[in-house]
Design a protein. Sequence first.
Length: 230
Amino acid sequence: MAVGVLALQGSFNEHITALRRIGVKGVEIRKPEQLNNVDALIIPGGESTTMAKLADCHNLFPAMREFVSTGKPVWGTCAGLILLADKAVGQKLGGQELIGGLDCTVHRNFFGSQLQSFETVLSVPKLAEKEGGPDSFRGVFIRAPAILEAGPDVEVLADCPVPSDDVRTIVPTDEGKKERVIVAVRQGNLLGTAFHPELTSDSRWHSFFLNMGKETGERSLECMAAPGRY
Ligand code: GLN
Protein backbone atom coordinates (compact mmCIF):
# COMPACT_ATOMS: atom_id res chain seq x y z
CA MET A 1 0.00 0.00 0.00
CA ALA A 2 1.35 3.45 -0.89
CA VAL A 3 0.02 6.50 0.89
CA GLY A 4 0.23 9.88 -0.81
CA VAL A 5 1.05 12.87 1.37
CA LEU A 6 0.33 16.30 -0.09
CA ALA A 7 3.81 17.83 -0.03
CA LEU A 8 3.37 21.50 -0.87
CA GLN A 9 3.80 22.98 2.58
CA GLY A 10 3.54 22.02 6.27
CA SER A 11 4.20 18.78 8.14
CA PHE A 12 4.34 16.31 5.23
CA ASN A 13 7.79 14.94 6.21
CA GLU A 14 6.54 14.14 9.69
CA HIS A 15 3.63 12.12 8.25
CA ILE A 16 6.00 10.23 5.95
CA THR A 17 8.23 9.42 8.94
CA ALA A 18 5.20 8.28 10.97
CA LEU A 19 4.10 6.02 8.10
CA ARG A 20 7.61 4.58 7.78
CA ARG A 21 7.48 3.70 11.51
CA ILE A 22 4.60 1.34 10.79
CA GLY A 23 6.20 -0.04 7.63
CA VAL A 24 4.17 1.92 5.05
CA LYS A 25 5.56 3.89 2.12
CA GLY A 26 4.61 7.56 2.03
CA VAL A 27 4.76 9.24 -1.39
CA GLU A 28 5.13 13.01 -1.75
CA ILE A 29 2.33 14.41 -3.91
CA ARG A 30 2.92 17.61 -5.86
CA LYS A 31 1.24 16.87 -9.20
CA PRO A 32 -2.30 15.68 -10.01
CA GLU A 33 -1.15 12.58 -11.92
CA GLN A 34 0.81 11.31 -8.89
CA LEU A 35 -2.54 10.60 -7.22
CA ASN A 36 -3.09 7.75 -9.68
CA ASN A 37 -0.35 5.74 -7.98
CA VAL A 38 -1.51 5.90 -4.35
CA ASP A 39 -4.19 4.09 -2.35
CA ALA A 40 -4.82 6.78 0.25
CA LEU A 41 -4.05 10.46 0.77
CA ILE A 42 -2.99 12.56 3.76
CA ILE A 43 -3.38 16.33 3.68
CA PRO A 44 -1.05 17.61 6.40
CA GLY A 45 -1.16 20.53 8.78
CA GLY A 46 0.45 23.82 7.88
CA GLU A 47 -1.26 26.99 6.76
CA SER A 48 -4.44 26.36 4.85
CA THR A 49 -4.49 29.55 2.74
CA THR A 50 -0.92 29.00 1.57
CA MET A 51 -1.54 25.31 0.96
CA ALA A 52 -4.70 26.07 -1.03
CA LYS A 53 -2.89 28.69 -3.16
CA LEU A 54 -0.08 26.25 -3.93
CA ALA A 55 -2.57 23.44 -4.67
CA ASP A 56 -4.36 25.77 -7.07
CA CYS A 57 -1.08 26.68 -8.82
CA HIS A 58 -0.39 22.95 -9.27
CA ASN A 59 -3.96 22.37 -10.51
CA LEU A 60 -4.49 19.82 -7.73
CA PHE A 61 -8.05 20.68 -6.62
CA PRO A 62 -9.98 18.74 -9.31
CA ALA A 63 -7.75 15.66 -8.84
CA MET A 64 -8.05 15.77 -5.04
CA ARG A 65 -11.86 16.12 -5.25
CA GLU A 66 -11.93 13.19 -7.65
CA PHE A 67 -9.75 11.18 -5.22
CA VAL A 68 -12.17 11.94 -2.35
CA SER A 69 -15.11 10.78 -4.46
CA THR A 70 -13.48 7.43 -5.33
CA GLY A 71 -13.94 6.28 -1.73
CA LYS A 72 -10.20 5.87 -1.08
CA PRO A 73 -9.20 7.00 2.43
CA VAL A 74 -8.32 10.67 2.82
CA TRP A 75 -7.12 12.16 6.13
CA GLY A 76 -6.83 15.87 6.82
CA THR A 77 -4.85 16.97 9.86
CA CYS A 78 -5.30 20.56 11.07
CA ALA A 79 -4.95 22.72 7.90
CA GLY A 80 -5.78 19.51 6.01
CA LEU A 81 -9.00 19.16 8.03
CA ILE A 82 -9.93 22.73 7.03
CA LEU A 83 -9.40 21.92 3.35
CA LEU A 84 -11.44 18.71 3.58
CA ALA A 85 -14.43 20.41 5.22
CA ASP A 86 -17.47 21.51 3.20
CA LYS A 87 -17.49 24.86 4.99
CA ALA A 88 -14.85 26.96 6.78
CA VAL A 89 -15.55 30.03 8.91
CA GLY A 90 -13.30 32.37 10.86
CA GLN A 91 -11.32 33.59 7.85
CA LYS A 92 -10.25 37.19 8.09
CA LEU A 93 -9.29 37.70 4.45
CA GLY A 94 -12.05 36.03 2.47
CA GLY A 95 -10.91 32.46 2.95
CA GLN A 96 -9.52 29.90 0.59
CA GLU A 97 -10.67 27.24 -1.83
CA LEU A 98 -11.68 23.96 -0.17
CA ILE A 99 -11.56 20.38 -1.39
CA GLY A 100 -14.71 19.57 0.60
CA GLY A 101 -16.35 16.21 1.15
CA LEU A 102 -16.51 16.24 4.93
CA ASP A 103 -19.98 17.40 5.98
CA CYS A 104 -18.66 19.77 8.64
CA THR A 105 -18.31 23.45 9.42
CA VAL A 106 -14.78 24.16 10.61
CA HIS A 107 -13.59 27.29 12.41
CA ARG A 108 -10.11 27.92 11.06
CA ASN A 109 -8.39 29.33 14.12
CA PHE A 110 -10.85 28.36 16.82
CA PHE A 111 -8.24 27.92 19.54
CA GLY A 112 -6.55 31.25 18.87
CA SER A 113 -3.14 32.28 17.66
CA GLN A 114 0.17 30.42 17.48
CA LEU A 115 0.86 31.53 21.06
CA GLN A 116 -2.30 29.79 22.24
CA SER A 117 -1.14 26.43 20.89
CA PHE A 118 -1.40 23.68 23.52
CA GLU A 119 -1.31 19.96 24.23
CA THR A 120 -4.12 18.10 25.96
CA VAL A 121 -5.15 14.53 26.68
CA LEU A 122 -8.17 13.54 24.59
CA SER A 123 -10.50 10.64 25.21
CA VAL A 124 -10.76 8.54 22.02
CA PRO A 125 -12.50 5.24 22.83
CA LYS A 126 -12.77 4.29 19.14
CA LEU A 127 -8.97 4.44 18.76
CA ALA A 128 -8.52 1.99 21.65
CA GLU A 129 -11.32 -0.24 20.33
CA LYS A 130 -9.76 -0.47 16.85
CA GLU A 131 -6.03 -0.16 17.54
CA GLY A 132 -5.63 -1.22 21.18
CA GLY A 133 -3.79 0.75 23.85
CA PRO A 134 -5.30 3.37 26.12
CA ASP A 135 -8.47 5.25 25.18
CA SER A 136 -6.56 8.48 25.67
CA PHE A 137 -4.38 10.30 23.15
CA ARG A 138 -2.11 13.30 23.63
CA GLY A 139 -3.36 15.88 21.12
CA VAL A 140 -0.94 18.54 19.88
CA PHE A 141 -2.96 21.62 18.86
CA ILE A 142 -1.05 24.26 16.88
CA ARG A 143 -3.11 27.34 15.95
CA ALA A 144 -5.75 24.70 15.63
CA PRO A 145 -9.17 24.66 14.04
CA ALA A 146 -12.27 23.05 15.59
CA ILE A 147 -15.40 21.55 14.11
CA LEU A 148 -18.44 23.61 15.07
CA GLU A 149 -21.09 21.55 13.28
CA ALA A 150 -21.11 18.04 11.85
CA GLY A 151 -23.69 16.38 9.59
CA PRO A 152 -25.63 13.21 10.40
CA ASP A 153 -23.19 10.87 8.64
CA VAL A 154 -20.22 12.19 10.56
CA GLU A 155 -18.97 10.08 13.46
CA VAL A 156 -17.45 12.15 16.26
CA LEU A 157 -14.25 10.44 17.47
CA ALA A 158 -13.09 13.06 19.97
CA ASP A 159 -14.10 16.38 21.43
CA CYS A 160 -12.32 18.79 23.69
CA PRO A 161 -13.25 21.49 26.21
CA VAL A 162 -12.82 25.05 25.03
CA PRO A 163 -9.70 25.96 27.02
CA SER A 164 -10.37 29.46 28.36
CA ASP A 165 -12.64 32.50 28.24
CA ASP A 166 -9.73 34.28 26.66
CA VAL A 167 -9.87 32.03 23.63
CA ARG A 168 -13.66 31.96 23.58
CA THR A 169 -13.80 35.69 22.78
CA ILE A 170 -12.13 34.94 19.43
CA VAL A 171 -15.12 32.89 18.38
CA PRO A 172 -18.23 34.62 17.02
CA THR A 173 -21.15 35.04 19.47
CA ASP A 174 -23.13 31.79 19.10
CA GLU A 175 -20.14 29.48 19.00
CA GLY A 176 -18.66 31.50 21.85
CA LYS A 177 -21.08 29.82 24.23
CA LYS A 178 -19.83 26.34 23.42
CA GLU A 179 -18.28 24.37 26.29
CA ARG A 180 -16.84 21.60 24.09
CA VAL A 181 -15.95 21.38 20.42
CA ILE A 182 -15.35 18.45 18.09
CA VAL A 183 -11.72 17.76 17.20
CA ALA A 184 -11.72 14.38 15.42
CA VAL A 185 -14.27 12.89 13.01
CA ARG A 186 -14.78 10.14 10.49
CA GLN A 187 -17.24 10.13 7.61
CA GLY A 188 -16.89 6.94 5.56
CA ASN A 189 -13.52 7.17 3.81
CA LEU A 190 -12.72 10.59 5.28
CA LEU A 191 -10.87 11.23 8.54
CA GLY A 192 -10.28 14.65 10.07
CA THR A 193 -8.25 15.64 13.12
CA ALA A 194 -7.76 19.20 14.37
CA PHE A 195 -4.53 18.14 16.08
CA HIS A 196 -1.22 16.64 14.87
CA PRO A 197 -0.78 12.88 15.54
CA GLU A 198 2.30 12.93 13.25
CA LEU A 199 4.13 15.00 15.88
CA THR A 200 3.78 12.28 18.54
CA SER A 201 5.36 8.83 18.77
CA ASP A 202 1.94 7.14 19.04
CA SER A 203 1.25 5.62 15.59
CA ARG A 204 -2.32 4.51 16.27
CA TRP A 205 -4.02 7.27 14.23
CA HIS A 206 -1.91 6.31 11.20
CA SER A 207 -2.85 2.62 11.68
CA PHE A 208 -6.50 3.58 12.20
CA PHE A 209 -6.41 5.51 8.92
CA LEU A 210 -4.83 2.63 7.00
CA ASN A 211 -7.35 0.19 8.44
CA MET A 212 -10.15 2.44 7.17
CA GLY A 213 -8.81 1.64 3.68
CA LYS A 214 -9.03 -2.08 4.35
CA GLU A 215 -12.62 -1.70 5.62
CA THR A 216 -13.64 0.35 2.56
CA GLY A 217 -11.97 -2.20 0.26
CA GLU A 218 -13.71 -5.11 2.01
CA ARG A 219 -17.05 -3.32 1.75
CA SER A 220 -16.69 -2.76 -1.99
CA LEU A 221 -15.71 -6.43 -2.45
CA GLU A 222 -18.83 -7.43 -0.49
CA CYS A 223 -20.89 -5.11 -2.70
CA MET A 224 -19.54 -6.84 -5.79
CA ALA A 225 -20.29 -10.24 -4.29
CA ALA A 226 -23.82 -9.31 -3.24
CA PRO A 227 -25.24 -6.79 -5.71
CA GLY A 228 -28.26 -4.92 -4.44
CA ARG A 229 -27.37 -5.48 -0.80
CA TYR A 230 -26.27 -1.86 -0.31
N1 GLN B 1 -5.30 27.32 11.57
C1 GLN B 1 -4.35 27.04 10.57
C2 GLN B 1 -4.88 27.43 9.19
O1 GLN B 1 -5.78 28.15 9.05
C3 GLN B 1 -3.95 25.57 10.56
C4 GLN B 1 -2.92 25.30 11.60
C5 GLN B 1 -2.20 23.99 11.46
O2 GLN B 1 -2.30 23.29 10.47
N2 GLN B 1 -1.39 23.68 12.45
O3 GLN B 1 -4.37 27.05 8.21
